[in-house]
Design a protein. Sequence first.
Length: 236
Amino acid sequence: MTPTTPLSPVIIALDFAVRAELDALVDQLDPSQCRLKVGKELFTLYGPEVVKSLQQRGFEIFLDLKFHDIPNTTAAAVAAAAELGVWMVNVHASGGAKMMSAAKSALLVYGKDAPLLIAVTVLTSMHSDDLAAIGVAGNAQSQVARLAALTADCGLDGVVCSAQETPILRAQSSDDFLLVTPGIRPAGSDLGDQQRVATPLEAMTMGSNYLVIGRPVTRSADPLAALKIINQSLGY
Ligand SMILES: O=C(O)c1cc(=O)[nH]c(=O)n1[C@@H]1O[C@H](COP(=O)(O)O)[C@@H](O)[C@H]1O
């Protein structure tokens, strides 16, 4: 099936271990309402088959495996994601310029069919204190800005960051540089392990292009209603 491109910027994070729970959620969703993210848990359990089955339902897929390895290995992994026909794939910007450039080069052969390639800057579960503990000087915002500039220099399509950094990244980046923001929490919802958060509307107003949202929808008593409320709050 040809994928449907939704107007909504919402990407639902499908962090599930039980296939029946995943299917029960996806059965309720329509590709016009959101894109879907397949991450480490789902992919490790069910592999490429789960990606293909979601694509067959018409969804565009963000394959979130956050590759971080030597350039040759990362480039081959990104090419494998392109073979799967995913819409978006990511690497860790802290893998460095050689790794990101190799990943970008590996996608050239796919032309307009290449997935969007983005790089994770500083995980939204981290604060400046966590960075200090791993030897990164400065606060989260300055580290995100540094890694986003490196990512743009390597020709990638954008970054994963928190919505809190989007104003500074919008100011330093070209208009078409994508800012993909997890750590989205509708007002009143549980933060869980997320530290640098924003509501869906705040994130879009501050300059996000795509919102990655997991538990506030997937663990809601009524996931479809939760998604509809979020989309409506954004005018979709
Ligand atoms: O790359 C990601 O998607 C990602 C990067 C990041 O910095 N923070 C982050 O939370 N994510 C992912 O975004 C999703 C957020 O899920 P919830 O916290 O349940 O909304 C998870 O699947 C994370 O793996």
